[in-house]
Design a protein around this ligand. Structure first.
Ligand code: MOS
Length: 731
């Protein structure tokens, strides 16, 4: 046998779907136009009050318009099983608005659908629907609603219930040094480049959905149960997704409404959300208020921690932003307690947004650690090192692999942390106040059962299938690398395909778990196929890709049935899990603040992560970098402004909802430590989709404090807050 070629795993392979995307051959949900009946267009009619009920809908003017085929409202919508509500358990299953009753629970709630031959006719038709309401008093005031905060019901929600370990929070009483502070994060919305989009087409009883989703098999299950049809009659296709970040992790009303409308008009229907509709009928990240208390010795040893989180949800469904989650795992505190409470507002249900819990939670905890470091006169990095968690604090389980110490060391050195003068306002450069801050990043490592199939094709290539998703993360590319490695073939001889509910089932692309779940299944399928090919000498002895391909083509030609193998991989049950698994990182940031105008620039971020092995150094580092960029937006810019009078979002567009542009981003230096977490899975990898947005907001807030002496505890850190002239809710 020849010398094995270098493994493609870890190589900076260009995206295998890159060319298709650049030339416009990559087909996103809204690009599909199924035949034979011509495609028509659907537009949502949305409520314009935040609470109450619809008394009358005058649809005559819309129905009389040229091109309008259907105005679907509560009056003519088909009755659905369980009124269409939460046919699948939350959080995957949503309480949707499917025209089953006259209730209005938030401003912007879908109360009708207009279908027309063109988008323009549908838009005009929707504008001509006249609605009268019986309006009730909406609750839109988080501060007031806090009085009725309640613990989320167990089971149906994402995130931790109340927890207590050691002697709980009472151990705080004996601590020589105590710090308590309250931090807040605002409502924000994902806004991937591609808005939510669905094309629905019926052929008799069979429904095909081209949907922009993070979970093809989840859409199939949810839609079939919601409509009361057989799962075998629903086919979901999603080859490309222009960003998910959590907002496409559940099925929202518009997906089912598109299917209902298509059935009613007997033609395929396309429904694409307009940009302003990204605020309201689909979820964003909830607002949080987080009280963190730390108890420590004078030498900086943590004795106890307490983290009490309040977040908002809708009036009709619980969604928890689990901000207390990182506090249960980040440092070694012998005693601790965390709580999560919800307040109901008349808004749409919020949802997962990149690193739910960890993004908001590490902001609060990592600022509190910085405040404690100043209180004690200890370097913030030293404080973290002296409270390093060698095992998971609340369970006591060992980590499957953790190289956070290496992260701190490497990133601090590259950043030049030892040259920092800790005194606020002490480091200047010309007119700029310079601030250096740091924080720890963390995100749990998840994986779930996944399946794959590898098939030797007549042309001598291998086709590998898994019903997973590529939400812009690089799944096509890294799975091609995993498959090629397991097969012992060059990547050119392997094709990986995904995004179809008829393929072997895979979990949703959420919780940073695609690579760690699907990778081992792809590997298993390819090893099994290789085993079947093993005895064929010609394939083994081929010298190069061309010869290998000819040999494989010859093997394929001699078979009546294609040679194929299935692979499956699943994590052990939770109680059989000997390890705790989590990823970590160290983030250092420099800010420059104009002392007169409060303008904040971020010239430099240095971050090093402990995330297991990287499958592709190019897409992997880019993924982490993207998380840091979003962290700059979360720290300094992003906020969805809820109008307290109407319950509408005042800045529901990308002109007034600010996100970083290239000019806002300075140098970002990202690395990972050498690591191979085979205690977690056969590939030694952990997910990297979300950790990049954790820690960074704390590092930036701590840097702003160092630069200005202003401790801003409320995101986003706008220039008025940096100057200390804004009303600071918690100062
Ligand atoms: Mo992620 S917010 O779990 O898609």
């Amino acid at each position: 046998m020849n010398e094995a070629p270098a493994s493609p795993i870890g190589q900076p392979l260009d995206r295998v779907d890159g060319a298709a995307k650049v030339v416009g051959r990559a087909t996103y949900a809204g690009d599909f136009a199924p035949q034979p009946a011509s495609l028509c267009h659907a537009v949502l009619v949305q409520s314009t009050i935040a609470n109450g009920r619809v008394v009358r809908m005058d649809t005559g003017a819309a129905e009389a318009m040229p091109g309008v085929l259907l105005v679907l409202t509560q009056r003519n919508a088909p009755a659905l099983p369980q009124k269409g509500r939460a046919a699948v358990k939350p959080p995957a299953g949503r309480e949707m608005s499917l025209l089953q009753d006259d209730a209005v629970r938030y401003n912007g709630e879908p109360i009708g659908v207009v279908v027309a031959d063109t988008l323009e006719h549908a838009l005009e038709g929707a504008a001509r629907v006249r609605v009268s309401y019986a309006a009730g008093q909406p609750e839109l005031d988080f501060e007031r609603a806090k009085a009725s905060a309640y613990p989320p019901k167990a089971g149906g929600t994402h995130g931790p219930a109340d927890k207590s370990w050691g002697e709980g929070a009472s151990a705080m009483d004996g601590a020589p040094v105590r710090l308590a502070a309250t931090y807040t994060t605002p409502m924000v919305h994902h806004n991937p480049m591609e808005a939510h989009a669905t094309v629905a087409s019926w052929q008799g009883p069979k429904l095909t959905l081209w949907d922009s989703t993070q979970h093809v098999s989840g859409v199939k299950e949810t839609v079939s149960k919601t409509l009361g049809i057989s799962a075998d009659d629903v086919h979901v296709i999603s080859p490309y997704v222009g960003g998910g970040f959590g907002c496409k992790g559940s099925v929202w009303s518009h997906v089912v409404l598109a299917a209902m409308a298509a059935r009613q008009v007997g033609r395929p229907v396309k429904l694409v959300l307009e940009r302003p509709q990204m605020w309201g009928p689909v979820g964003g990240r909830p607002r949080t208020e987080q009280k963190v208390e730390l108890g420590a010795t004078r030498e900086g040893k943590l004795i106890a921690v307490r983290h009490d989180v309040i977040s908002h949800t809708s009036s009709f469904e619980d969604f928890v932003e689990p901000s207390a989650q990182p506090t249960q795992a980040l440092y070694s505190y012998p005693n601790g307690a965390t709580t999560q409470r919800l307040v109901k507002l008349n808004v749409g249900t919020p949802t997962f947004q990149r690193a739910p819990g960890e993004s908001t939670g590490t902001f609060a905890l990592e600022c509190a650690m910085d405040e404690l470091a100043y209180r004690l006169g200890i370097d913030p990095l030293e404080l973290r090192l002296s409270n390093y968690a060698e095992a998971e604090p609340d369970s006591g389980k060992p980590w499957s692999s953790k190289k956070l110490r290496e992260c701190y060391r490497q990133a601090a050195q590259r950043f030049g942390w030892s040259r920092r003068n800790p005194v606020p306002r002490s480091m200047c450069d010309g007119p700029w106040l310079v601030g250096w801050g740091m924080a720890t990043a963390t995100y749990p490592a998840h994986r779930a059962a996944a399946n794959a199939r590898a098939t030797l094709m007549p042309d001598g290539t291998v086709l590998v299938l898994s019903g997973t998703q590529d939400i812009g993360t690089g799944t096509y590319t890294v799975m091609t690398q995993v498959a090629a490695d397991a097969l012992g073939l060059p990547v050119e001889l392997v094709r990986f395909d995904l995004g179809d509910s008829t393929m072997p089932q895979a979990p949703g692309s959420g919780g940073s778990m695609t690579a760690a779940s699907v990778g081992p299944a792809v590997r298993a399928a390819c090893l099994a196929l290789r085993e079947k090919l093993g005895h064929e000498r010609a394939w083994q002895e081929a010298k190069d890709a061309g010869a290998q391909r000819s040999a494989l083509r010859a093997i394929a030609a001699g078979r009546p049935e294609p040679l194929a193998a299935d692979g499956q991989d699943a994590p052990p049950a939770n109680d059989k899990q000997p390890y705790a698994t989590r990823s970590f990182g160290a983030v250092f940031a420099e800010v420059r603040v104009d002392p007169d105008l409060g303008v904040i620039r971020v010239p430099r971020i240095v971050a090093t992560y402990s995330v297991g092995r990287l499958l592709n150094s190019k897409t992997g580092l880019s993924q982490l970098q993207g998380g840091l960029v979003w962290g700059v937006g979360m720290a300094l810019m992003e906020e969805s402004l809820l109008d307290p009078a109407t319950g509408r979002f005042e800045n529901a567009n990308l002109a007034e909802y600010h996100v970083p542009v290239n000019a806002d981003i300075g140098e970002i230096d990202v690395t990972v430590v050498d690591e191979d977490d085979t205690n977690f899975n056969s590939l030694g990898i952990r997910g990297i989709g979300e950790i990049g947005i954790t820690g960074i907001t704390g590092a930036l807030a701590n840097a702003v404090y160092h630069a200005t002496g202003q401790r801003v505890r409320d995101l986003p850190i706008t220039l008025d807050k940096a100057l200390g002239i804004a009303e600071n809710r918690n100062s």
